[in-house]
Design a protein around this ligand. Sequence first.
Ligand code: PLP
Length: 405
Amino acid sequence: MDPRALKKDFPIFEAHPELVFLDSAASSQKPRSVIHALARFYESAYANVHRSSYRLSEAATEAYEAARETLARFLGAQDPREVVFVRNATEGVNLLAHALGGRVGPGDTILVTEMEHHANLVPWQQLAVHTGARIRAVPVTEEGRLDLSAFDQLLAEGPKIVALAHMSNVLGTINPVAEMAKKAKEAGAIVVVDGAQAAPHLPVNVAELGADFYVTSGHKMLGPTGASALWGRLALWRELPPFLTGGGMIERVELEASTFTEPPARFEAGTPPFAEAVALAEAARYLEAVGRDAVLAHDQALTRRALEGLKTIPDLEVFGPEGPDRGGVVSFAFPGLHAHDLATFLAEKQIAVRAGHHCAQPLHQKLGVPATTRASFYLYNTEEDVDRLVEAVAEARRFFKDWIA
Ligand SMILES: Cc1ncc(COP(=O)(O)O)c(C=O)c1O
């Protein structure tokens, strides 16, 4: 995999040749093929789907359903009907927290982890508020991994739902989801995996992972904003009530009651993001063509280089584990210096990183810092990008030395 060659596929780097883009964990850049797929669809293939019998509409429906098949293959799903298109990962978790609501009652446990993004935490808290259930969390260890013996103990409480990230958006930790899902299923839980950070960067096969639902974020995996694939077991989808209701998801409507259609349409009320889904399928094909093992190996090589370099900088605290269970996300902090000041210093050198709590406030509390600066890598990043980051952070230390505690 040659990141320099791949970078040429991304027009943003022609528009901003000086840009060192290290913020793909927030949202990735888009290859030309994805941008063109979206434009082509709007220019020559656009009509609403699943509604009309004229040719253009039928062709749009076929393209939308073909996109579902592509995303099913991309995730290793058995059947395209297992893939529901939602706007983003956040909507995916909200859909599940709502649809699974009937399975949770007063005193029940919903098990999450301390490293969850708010998207995979707040919807479960809301479900707990509405049902009288309680939230329990698997602790994160000093090295930034999940404490698996605590997980085993928490499973003994018989949680109804286990919701966990496949890869942390702060620590880069790749969690042992297959092992954890197996145990959670044996304990009788429904297992929801937040794959927002994993699906863009690792080979994902839901059949092998063994969970019940797998949430992705299309805009983080080279796709446009507005369309993401949410996978679930067909048998479970069939049992669940809808989240949003209205057109497109009904079987029969009378003035006082309605019945709902089969999945996936039951969970896609209103006009779905079909043009975006078609472009997302193009993104999935792009990642498949590059090779997802190659993307992971590349991210991990850049991460090792970044960790080696950052560790030589005095006072800098670098978070997350080291080893094969670490993806391309590196968060760090200087004691006494606000993460935003560091990010602004880097921005002046055209290095784009994110600063803040990264929608993971409980994790930052655990780490004992209010905020971190985060660099995240993807297939268009090069070793020079990493070296520029490390040099600039070292320079920031010299510049801010009076602030650093
Ligand atoms: C682990 C994780 N889950 C969920 C989300 C939310 O993704 P989306 O923007 O698609 O709603 C993010 C986004 O940063 C994330 O990193």
